[in-house]
Design a binder for this molecule. Structure first.
Ligand code: ASP
Length: 440
């Protein structure tokens, strides 16, 4: 296995996991076997990645900022990042809306299928829990700003969900370190530099197990998926989402090729292990450590840029999710004969933009925020559960695909921002065993 490139190893693991999962749907004991004996290895892998996410953000962002030597540079990077994120998200939603309006997947869905989907899922706890979560998340206008500022640094650092709070605290710390002068900041800077190396080594070590972990994750996805007939009924809708996501990849490739002058295929190859993990875990937050490692070491984006752009992107930039929200909202409206005006569609652009910023980078989060998008266009509250039931059967596979795009979008923007400030260099790959001889 050792000589095969990492992305091939992961891909083989995924394929074997799919085949194994399918085989296990036949024997009576198969599902339980996968859930009890195989899935835990996937869960452990995801936990390991999440375990290092906060130390990595902390160490790498402090290093990134304290290497800057000039705060105005940070402002420039920050403003560019946020503006480009907004632009890519609007492009994503627009592609989604154009496709769903032209291809009209919702018109082809029969009354019978709607009834069947409603009966199967409308009262399912998985769907009702999304509605409950959405009602908890209903935003106050400046809520996201308020939530971004922690009142307890230790508490923020102890909770993966509070990534924006961690970023806020770390930027505050890094800038203050710049302001006390190099000499006085040195001990702290050395500490974070060293921590940064250690955590990146941890990523390398965890990735050694990735091919086995994705086997477990995908086998579990297959045995937990719903009725295949219902999946097929939703094929046109799923096809529109996947087509949109594919067009987004083309968009990123064009941006990378034309602006950064790097070969887009090379870019996609370098980032592919992160994409495959995004697909297998459905979580851009869990994938973040790998995305950071690939972008810095294998693409050559300087840490000054990647350490800010990527963690922020994982939390607020979700192009795949926003495209999906646009398509899903209009699909549900089409299927349930709810007329949408042009104004409604523009409202979708705006709320899907905000919703993708507000979506957590975890599996299924996009569907929670979809409720808020639907409400913004006046979709009747009593039909929300039916609306979600219509798309629930294919949500997991689509979540896997949109997470790949979320991660690819962040990586693309990090290259663009790096290029724009002259910080896109050459790759400098570190392997897990670079210093192994010394400690063997
Ligand atoms: N699973 C996605 C992510 O982590 C969010 C979503 O679309 O549900 O990026």
């Amino acid at each position: 296995m050792r000589k095969l490139e990492l992305h091939w190893q992961i891909l083989i693991g995924m394929l074997l996991g799919l085949v194994f999962g399918f085989a296990m749907t036949y024997p009576d004991w198969g599902r339980e076997f996968v859930q009890d004996w195989i899935n835990p290895f996937g869960t452990i892998f995801v936990k390991l990645l999440k375990l290092i996410a906060i130390p990595l953000i902390l160490a790498s962002l402090v290093k990134g900022i304290s290497d800057l030597k000039d705060i105005s540079k940070f402002r420039r990077i920050g403003l560019r990042t946020i503006s480009i994120y907004v632009v890519t998200t609007v492009v994503a939603i627009t592609i989604g809306l154009l496709l769903v309006n032209v291809l009209k997947p919702g018109d082809g869905i029969s009354e019978e299928t709607i009834t069947k989907l409603t009966e199967t899922y409308a009262t399912d706890t998985a769907v009702t829990s999304k509605l409950e979560e959405a009602s908890r998340q209903r935003q106050r206008p400046l809520g996201f700003l308020e939530d971004m500022v922690p009142d307890n640094a230790i508490k923020a650092l102890s909770e993966n969900k509070l990534m924006l709070q961690v970023i806020f605290f770390t930027i505050f710390l890094g800038i203050s370190m710049l302001l006390i002068g190099e000499e006085r900041a040195k001990p702290l800077k050395n500490f974070f530099d060293s921590l940064n190396f250690v955590v990146l080594k941890m990523v390398d070590l965890i990735m050694l197990t990735a091919p086995f972990a994705v086997f477990a994750l995908l086998a579990n996805v297959v045995v937990s998926s719903g009725d295949p007939d219902l999946l097929i009924a939703l094929l046109r809708y799923a096809g529109v989402v996947v087509l949109g996501l594919f067009l987004l990849v083309v968009f990123y490739a064009v941006v990378v090729g034309s602006y950064t002058k790097k070969n887009p295929f090379w870019f996609l190859k370098q980032i592919s292990p992160a994409q495959l993990l995004a697909f297998s875990t459905s979580s851009s937050a869990a994938t973040l450590p790998v995305t950071m490692e690939r972008v810095e070491e294998h693409i050559g984006v300087d840490k000054e840029v990647s350490s800010f752009v990527l963690p922020v992107g994982a939390t607020i930039n979700m192009d795949g999710t926003s495209l999906y929200q646009g398509v899903a909202a209009v699909f549900i409206a089409q299927a349930l004969a709810f007329d949408l005006t042009l104004g409604d569609q523009l409202t979708i652009v705006l709320t899907a933009l905000l919703a993708s910023i507000g979506s957590a980078a975890v599996p299924g989060a996009g569907m929670v925020m979809l409720v808020i998008v639907l409400e913004s266009i006046g979709f009747p509250a009593d039909k929300l559960a039916i609306g979600l039931a219509l798309i629930f059967a294919v949500d997991r596979p689509l979540d896997m695909c949109r997470t790949v795009i979320n991660v690819t979008g962040d990586a693309t923007v990090s290259m663009v921002v790096a290029k724009s400030v002259g910080k896109l260099g050459e790759p400098k790959v570190e392997d897990w065993d670079d210093y192994y001889e010394e400690v063997k």
